[in-house]
Design a protein around this ligand. Structure first.
Ligand SMILES: C[S@@+](CC[C@H](N)C(=O)[O-])C[C@H]1O[C@@H](n2cnc3c(N)ncnc32)[C@H](O)[C@@H]1O
Length: 373
């Protein structure tokens, strides 16, 4: 790795911490307003130095900014905000000292927000302590978020992530240098990487990936298999240059947390012009109806059998889309009479209302059945 990527916050790292920030904003807003959670713990296990030579801010400062913003956003409506306790760790003690100095210089933390703990331990030993601590989160109504941002993959394994997630109260955001891993994986694999890959992709053999994108997809599917259907796994790829792709992996057991991560991703993608494009009446050269990937997948899904709004919500998120995207497709289909909607009560459905939202999902409320004419 070149020196400048360690002393400067480069663009791809900026994109990484941007996603962390955007997600934390949404996560803290939900958790701190759920009327249930008594404490939130945020762990940054490879926290780095806080401020970079070019002035860029790294993960610990951005985490604290989100906590501060949440407290200052609505001072008039003073309500109970549970303590958000932060734990910053990095093997390099000098970096941790720099983080402390920056936090003080930028006034990013007040004791009312929660505590801050600094450590300079090896990731592995920190992890062992966390696993013990996490086993009692649920009974104490606590939640945790863990950011894992190593330089290398050798610290990471699928089963560690599964252990971290086991309590059902933890979310993990993991950065993996997928491009370096992929290059090795397709060209003589070092032992440490082989162990990592074989756990996630048991039928792996050297040369078994077409490109870095298929490598990332296999890793994602491997995590999903390891964790099972009660967990959600998502990826956010960042392309540094045409031949270098990095990837963040996000893990949660809570579907609303999953939706919030997807919202953060879509917001960033839209800013970069990569977002959602769905023009209902767009015609292609051959004057055929132009579809987008979600539209095709929804059609297949409903073709298989009639689906409820609850099933449609989960399906939409599992495909990496948001309820508003599915609503757009459905509105168009409704206009073109390409979909049948039936409320279980037999009442006439309200036009444009599709009930694809967490509030119906969480209570398993079937309000509509969707089928193809
Ligand atoms: C990619 S940087 C972290 C960047 C930081 N998250 C940010 O946003 O600025 C990885 C960090 O891991 C630290 N590190 C390396 N090996 C470690 C280990 N075994 N345990 C904990 N930290 C380690 C390095 O000192 C380095 O600061």
């Amino acid at each position: 790795m070149k020196k400048d990527s360690k002393s400067h916050l480069l663009n791809h790292s900026q994109a990484k911490v941007r996603l962390l920030s955007e997600y934390l904003k949404r996560y803290l807003n939900i958790i701190c307003n759920d009327g249930y959670t008594r404490e939130v713990q945020v762990y940054d296990l490879f926290c780095g130095e806080g401020t970079y030579a070019n002035g860029g801010e790294g993960s610990p400062l951005l985490i604290l900014r989100q906590i501060k913003d949440m407290h200052f956003a609505n001072p008039a409506k003073r309500r109970f905000i549970p303590p958000v306790n932060c734990y910053f760790n990095d093997l390099d003690a000098k970096k941790v000292e720099k983080v402390k100095t920056s936090i003080a210089a930028k006034s990013l933390h007040y004791p009312d927000f929660g505590s801050i703990d600094f450590s300079t331990e090896d990731y592995q030993s920190r992890l062992t302590q966390l696993l013990e601590r996490f086993s009692s989160l649920r009974s104490h109504k606590k939640k945790a978020f863990v950011f894992v941002d190593p330089y290398e993959y050798k610290h990471i394994s699928g089963s560690q992530i599964a252990e971290l997630m086991a309590s059902g109260c933890v979310e993990v955001l993991l950065w993996l240098p997928t491009q370096f891993m992929y290059r090795f994986a397709s060209n003589g694999t070092p032992e440490a990487l082989k162990d990592f890959i074989l756990e996630l992709i048991p039928d792996f053999s050297d040369q078994s990936f077409d490109d870095v994108w298929s490598f990332i997809k296999r890793i994602r599917d491997g995590f999903q298999n390891l964790l099972g259907d009660n967990f959600f796994v998502d990826t956010f790829t960042i392309q540094k240059d045409p031949s270098t792709v990095f990837c963040l992996f996000f893990f949660t057991s809570h579907i609303l947390g999953f939706q919030k991560m997807l919202e953060a991703k879509w917001d960033i993608d839209t800013e970069q012009g990569k977002g959602w494009h769905y023009q209902e009446d767009q015609l292609s050269f051959l004057s055929q109806y132009k579809t987008n990937p979600l539209e095709l997948e929804l059609e297949e899904f409903i073709k298989e059998k009639p689906r409820s709004n609850v099933e449609m919500y989960r399906f939409t998120l599992n495909r990496g889309f948001l309820p508003r995207h599915t609503n757009e497709v459905l509105r168009n289909w409704q206009k073109k009479l390409r979909i049948n909607l039936e409320p279980p009560s037999g009442a006439k459905p309200r036009k444009g209302a599709f009930y694809i939202a967490y509030e119906y999902y969480k209570d398993n409320q079937t309000k509509l059945i969707f089928s193809l004419p």
